[in-house]
Design a protein. Structure first.
Length: 340
């Protein structure tokens, strides 16, 4: 469903989740083992929404407390606020960082699951959401290297000139010194490299266990990060750094008529509402009438006709009324509307 149809065009704490159909629930009702490992925004927090098993950040925090010498240490003990553009290496060893732990829990499930049932596994990382505190070994690979400069539009000085001075490190907009920008961008890319290593662990396990050949995998993200583009930070914006995210599908070997190692780009545009119909289509499970997206499997077979000619997105105010936006894009051009 689109944000408008499901009633959540912006982030809202405490909104009831009472949807008739969910991806996990529909697959569960069709015989699938359904497991979520990682970050969720469900309300209440341990609402299962069709998942038979749920492992969350709360479980990680409880596990970390039980580790030797860690009773008084938490994952944010590095001192960097959760939405800051500051950067530093993580105070925890790599094996105790949340994303490593989540990946290990996902591998545990794959090793001990019911082999007589198909499975749907959602592995959800908090990163690369700030704070950008990757493990030391990844941090060291990127800090000090010249990072790509942010994209700054000729209209964007308003975000630098109207920022609060002195700037709060949680500020959603503002011009920062070059060395701060380079460190933030370097730590962000280091965080991506760390997550790439975790995804590599998952793929390697699927390959070694013989599951990769008959498993459809999809890699995506709920948002990007402005990372200083147009003097902006965080998310919710319609600009490319925030709104454009990966949508990478790896088909199983049994899908013999789909393209592989092919990038499908403009004028084809896809979105998150296409995730549920894609998985249900791949599983040969009927798609509920309330589902508004489309399966991307026809695109992967080269059947491009009849696809949407544009994509619409929207977001309600978040940090400031200016953050509210709607946009239209055909993949080549984008029209962005802000109310103020």
């Amino acid at each position: 469903m689109t944000p408008y149809s499901q009633g959540m065009v912006g982030y809202q704490d405490g909104k009831p989740w009472d949807y008739e159909h969910t991806l996990a629930g529909t697959l569960r009702d069709s015989g699938y083992q359904t497991v979520n490992v990682g970050k969720t925004h469900f309300h209440p927090p341990r609402l299962h929404l069709g998942f038979e098993q749920l492992t969350t950040s709360e479980d990680y925090s409880e596990w970390l407390d039980r580790q030797a010498g860690m009773a008084e240490v938490e994952k944010f003990a590095h001192g960097v606020p959760a939405n800051s553009w500051l950067a530093r290496p993580n105070h925890l060893p790599e094996h105790q960082i949340e994303e490593t732990w989540f990946t290990t829990r996902a591998l545990d499930f794959l090793s001990h699951r019911d082999p007589t049932r198909p499975f749907f596994l959602c592995l959800s990382f908090n990163g690369p959401h700030p704070p950008w505190c990757p493990p030391q070994v990844f941090y060291d690979q990127f800090i000090g290297r010249q990072m790509p400069e942010p994209a700054i539009g000729d209209w964007a000085n308003v975000h630098a000139d109207e920022a609060d001075i002195p700037m709060d490190v949680n500020q959603w907009r503002g011009r920062v010194p070059d060395h701060v920008m380079q460190r933030a961008r370097g730590a962000y890319f280091a965080y991506l490299a760390f997550l790439d290593a975790q995804i590599g662990r998952l793929v390697e396990h699927l390959n070694r266990s013989g599951l990769l050949g008959n498993t459809l995998t999809l890699f995506t993200s709920d948002h990007g990060e402005m990372l200083g583009d147009h003097h902006l930070w965080r998310k919710t914006y319609a600009y490319e750094a925030s709104a454009r995210v990966p949508f990478i599908v790896r088909p199983p070997a049994s899908m013999t008529k789909v393209a592989r190692n092919v990038e499908i780009d403009a004028p084809i545009t896809v979105g998150w509402e296409d995730i549920m119909p894609t998985f249900l289509d791949a599983a040969a499970v009927p798609i509920p009438n309330s589902v508004e997206g489309c399966s991307v499997l026809p695109l992967m077979r080269g059947e491009l006709g009849g696809w949407r000619s544009y994509y619409h997105g929207e977001h309600s105010p978040c940090y400031h009324p200016e953050n509210a936006n709607q946009f239209l894009t055909d993949g080549h051009w984008k029209y962005v509307w802000n109310p103020i």
